[in-house]
Ligand binder design. Structure first.
Ligand SMILES: Cc1ncc(C[n+]2csc(CCOP(=O)(O)OP(=O)(O)O)c2C)c(N)n1
Ligand code: SF4
Length: 264
């Protein structure tokens, strides 16, 4: 393994104790270490949106860019166009990218920009103290919606399949080893790669117990990620609202097609 320095900056970590962001950050750092024989550290660029998740760029010691709310994928696309040797990885929030930045997400997928987008999907606008986001379920009791959101959640896996993403996955911050493998695959994928990470927020929506009981791995049921129709059916198994169903994690779909940078 080629990594000789710590991947952490040493900056004080201000996430709450047991926040799912810790599992996600460990999985990423571990993935980078395991990829370091193939991808030198200086070839990574990490970008973030705005929110609790965004602090990750302060904590991981790689080239970084603190983007504006919802716009990390647009910035990453520009970086990749300017220097195709770099590997841009965006860390974004569910409020950040499924609300403010949803058009950037859709067009990055549509273009097949050769970037990676990792969503810290805690299903809450947590930095701003718990408003509902596009993936909050009916049972989410926020300060501004004490009786739950007056609308249904969206399904980001289906959205990305429809938008043309060439690598679509879901991970769980509680399963660091599994998530590390997904992150490695996403970074190595040539084209737009997307991982929705179920990330419990212990303050505004503590979902650890729920996910521990409901998550299952696609690879354990013989899922074929090259089959789009099968991916779509698996993606529809959970609509981000129901609590009585199993939740698939793993790679739903992957395919190859020319990237935006190649076509430009
Ligand atoms: C354009 C814009 N709108 C609103 C805000 C205020 N704002 C800052 S963080 C945040 C919530 C972020 O929530 P999410 O993306 O889900 O990330 P989390 O804090 O849950 O990680 C909001 C609404 C902003 N900074 N910029
Ligand atoms: S408020 Fe939630 S998402 Fe933010 S650091 Fe605390 S536990 Fe994590």
């Amino acid at each position: 393994m080629a990594v000789t320095k710590s991947l952490y900056t040493g900056a004080e970590i201000t996430w709450c104790r047991l926040c799912g962001n810790f599992g996600l950050m460990s999985a990423f750092a571990w993935a980078v270490e395991e990829l370091s024989d193939t991808i030198p550290l200086e070839k990574f660029v990490i970008l973030s949106g705005i929110g609790c998740h965004g602090k990750i760029v302060d904590y991981i010691d790689l080239n970084s860019f603190y983007s504006i709310h919802g716009r990390a994928p647009a910035t990453a696309t520009g970086i990749k166009l300017a220097n195709p040797e770099l590997y841009p990885v965006c860390f974004v929030g569910d409020g950040d990218i499924y609300a403010e930045g949803v058009s950037h997400l859709i067009f990055s997928a549509k273009r097949n920009s050769d970037i990676t987008v990792i969503v810290h999907d805690n299903r809450s606008y947590s930095l701003t103290t718990g408003q509902f986001t596009p993936t909050s379920p009916s049972i989410f009791k926020g300060k501004s919606t004490p009786e739950g959101p007056p609308e249904d959640p969206m399904n980001p896996i289906v959205l990305m399949l429809e938008a043309g993403a060439t690598f679509v996955a879901r991970g769980y911050a509680g399963y660091t080893d599994h998530l590390k493998e997904l992150i490695k695959q996403a970074i190595l994928h040539r084209g737009f790669s997307f991982i929705d990470v179920l990330q419990p927020c212990v303050v505004f929506f503590n979902t650890y117990e729920f996910y521990n009981q409901h998550v299952y791995k696609l690879e354990d049921v013989g899922h074929d990620p090259t089959d789009y129709d099968q991916a779509y059916r698996r993606a529809k198994e959970w609509d981000y609202n129901r609590e009585d169903v199993k939740i698939p994690i793993g790679v739903f779909y992957k395919t190859e097609k020319p990237t935006y940078e190649e076509r430009i």
